[in-house]
Structures are given as structure tokens and as C-alpha cells.
Design a protein around this ligand. Structure first.
Ligand SMILES: *Cc1c(COP(=O)(O)O)cnc(C)c1O
Length: 357
């Protein structure tokens, strides 16, 4: 059997969820959209459900998958509904629903419903992606309550640059939020992972941790709270071939790498078809046989090459960690010019194996 695997450490997932609660002192919706950032939404939800305040997903398809698996906890739809016909299902399955646009508010007013909704009313405080304009926010809130279809409203917004610890835009977004919600007696939710870890002064009755649950930092720089996270996914495989090459020999597609000295080169069963980033350059860290070494040459679809010259114990069959507790996914992502969010979401073909001990 091909040895490529992603181990998912459910204890680490729980540790990170508890850390989100501890640091924020708030209720926490575990964000498990996009199949829990590639970690498997149903298994992650089942592991967290005994202690979680609820979950957040992108859309009703993802929410119904959780309900079908028996998840009873609150589930928030982060983009609400895409068409009014979803409202009946949202009510029936007791899903919580973001309202980010006036057309959604109008659809709620116009659609007859048997049960009341729980709405998270989203304000655009400066990211300018989704959310109501500050001038229409209070009115939208009153209309929701007046519709008779909404049992409870949570006020929410989202930050564009909370991962930049010195960006003044986060404080400005907060000021816009506080002004727009003045006088409204409702809970609020502002903090995603970077805001939760890096901006303790921001109020939030509910926090929405995503990437931090999976143990990856949202920051480009070292950060004290983020260093307490435990990586959840270990992407691993094995060496399937080892060869010796003299100096001056090319390795892999395009001959992108040339041996600088007499070298041992290992081939790992892992490639971009598994989601390992093709953009990762020579020098990207890889653990082989318990020792840190580096990727060399171009990543191919099913294989990649590593330098074993200084890893004498490495032989065919030796274990390889592409990312996990030794090599951080955020470091691999940075090398590849992307973010851990994307390399987790890109994972495919590799079987997920859950570890809970
Ligand atoms: C995805 C998402 C989150 C989680 O963001 P992280 O940076 O992964 O913590 C929180 N809130 C909203 C609205 C989101 O779409």
C-alpha cells in the first residue's frame, strides 16, 4: 500500500479548542468549514461535540453533513443561505444563519416559516467583502426583530488584517463596529484566530477560531499565544528509493536542482496530487528518519526528492514527515509562498487516519 497518510491528532484538536476558550474567556464556535480545513469535518465535530459551544461551516451542504452524522450542537452558516428556498431547511435543522446582505433580510421577511431563526447579523466594518453597511445596520436589526421570524440576533463582523499585529485597521474596524451597534442589546462576535490570539482587547461574546484549532499559526512572525498551539495534522510518507549521485548531476523535472557534491538522494511517495505544494522550492524542510533535511528539485505529481547526504541512517522505507509536529505546516506554506489554510485545504488522495490517545 502507498505509505502516504495524514494522521489527525484529536487530542491536539481538543487542546487547541480549549486554548481558544481559555484565551478569549468566550463561547467558541469551532470553524470546521471546507471539511475542517482538510481535517475531516465529521470526525473533528464528533471529537469536539462533548465540549464545544457549536460549529461554523460555509454553507447548508456542510451543515447537513454534520446533522446526518448526528451532530446536535449549534451549527452556524457563515454565509447564510444562497437562495431563499434554503430557509425551510435551516429552520427545520435548527441551523444558525448569517445575514450579510439586504437581499437575505428581505428573503427572511417574505418567506413563511414554521420555526424561528437564529441570525448572526454581519456588519461590514471595513473589509468590504460581506456585511451590511453601517448606515443600514440598526434598521436591519429592527426589521429582523419586527419580522417575527427571528428569535435571537448576534452581532458580528470580520477583520481583514488581524494577522498583522501592527495594523491600525483592526482598531478602526472595531471602532466602526462599536458605533454601529450602539444601543443594541445583543451578543457580539468579532474574533477569528488571529484576532483571538493577537488582539486580546477586542470584545467578543463568541469567538470563531478556525486555523488555530488545527494548530497552525495565522501569523507570519513568532507570537507567544500561537506558540501554545499543537499541530493536529501530520502529513507523512516513506522513502521508496535511495540513490547515490556524483557532483554536477541534475535531479527531477527541469533539472532544477544540481548536486553540489557527491550526494545521496531519496524519493518520497508524496507529490502535488496529494496536495503537497508544487511551489515548494529546494530547501523546504522535510523530516526523514527523524532528522531534518530538505526538499530538492521540483515536486512532481506523486513523488518528491530529498537530500539524504547528511542523513546516513535513511534507507528505503524510512519514515518521512512533510509537515506535522517537527516541520510546521506554516513553514512549508511560507516556503511555497502560501498560507497553512491553503495547504491544509488542498490535501487530497491521502487517507486520513485519526489518533485519539
Ligand atoms: C473562516 C472564518 C473564520 C475562521 O477564520 P480563521 O482565521 O481560520 O480563524 C471566522 N469567521 C468567519 C466569518 C470565517 O469565514
Amino acid at each position: 500500500m502507498r505509505p502516504a497518510r495524514a494522521l489527525i491528532d484529536l487530542q491536539a484538536l481538543r487542546h487547541n479548542y480549549r486554548l481558544a476558550r481559555e484565551l478569549s474567556g468566550a463561547k467558541a464556535l469551532a470553524v470546521i468549514k471546507a471539511d475542517a480545513y482538510g481535517h475531516g469535518a465529521v470526525r473533528c465535530a464528533l471529537a469536539l461535540e462533548p465540549e464545544a459551544d457549536g460549529f461554523a461551516v460555509a454553507c447548508i451542504e456542510e451543515a447537513l453533513e454534520l446533522r446526518a452524522a448526528g451532530i446536535k450542537a449549534p451549527v452556524l452558516l457563515l454565509e447564510g443561505f444562497f437562495e431563499a428556498s434554503e430557509l425551510a431547511l435551516i429552520a427545520e435543522h435548527d441551523l444558525w444563519c448569517v445575514v450579510h446582505s439586504m437581499w437575505q433580510l428581505e428573503a427572511i421577511e417574505q418567506t413563511p416559516l414554521h420555526k424561528t431563526l437564529k441570525v448572526w447579523l454581519k456588519l461590514d466594518t471595513g473589509m468590504h467583502r460581506a456585511g451590511l453597511h453601517p448606515d443600514e445596520y440598526q434598521n436591519a436589526y429592527q426589521r429582523l426583530l419586527a419580522s417575527g421570524k427571528v428569535a435571537r440576533v448576534v452581532l458580528m463582523s470580520h477583520f481583514a488584517r488581524a494577522d498583522e499585529l501592527d495594523a491600525s485597521t483592526t482598531e478602526r474596524q472595531l471602532a466602526v463596529f462599536l458605533a454601529a451597534r450602539e444601543g443594541l442589546a445583543a451578543e457580539c462576535s468579532l474574533r477569528n484566530s488571529p484576532a483571538l490570539l493577537g488582539w486580546p482587547q477586542i470584545p467578543s461574546d463568541w469567538v470563531r477560531p478556525g486555523i488555530m484549532l488545527y494548530g497552525a499559526t495565522p501569523f507570519e512572525v513568532a507570537q507567544a499565544e500561537a506558540s501554545r498551539l499543537q499541530p493536529v495534522m501530520t502529513l507523512q510518507s516513506r522513502l521508496i528509493s535511495v540513490r547515490e549521485l556524483p557532483a554536477g548531476e541534475p535531479v527531477g523535472y527541469g533539472g532544477l536542482y544540481t548536486t553540489a557534491r557527491t550526494s545521496r538522494v531519496g524519493v518520497v511517495a508524496m507529490g502535488y496530487a496529494d496536495g503537497y505544494p508544487r511551489q515548494a522550492p529546494t530547501g523546504t524542510p522535510v523530516m526523514v528518519a527523524g532528522q531534518r533535511t530538505q526538499l530538492i528539485g521540483r515536486v512532481s505529481m506523486d513523488m518528491l526528492c530529498v537530500d539524504l547526504t547528511d542523513v546516513p541512517q535513511a534507507v528505503v522505507g524510512s519514515p518521512v514527515e512533510l509537515w506535522g509536529k517537527q516541520v510546521l505546516a506554516s513553514d512549508v506554506a511560507a516556503q511555497a509562498g502560501t498560507i497553512p489554510y491553503q495547504i491544509f485545504c488542498n490535501l487530497k488522495r491521502v487517507p486520513l487516519e485519526y489518533v485519539d490517545a
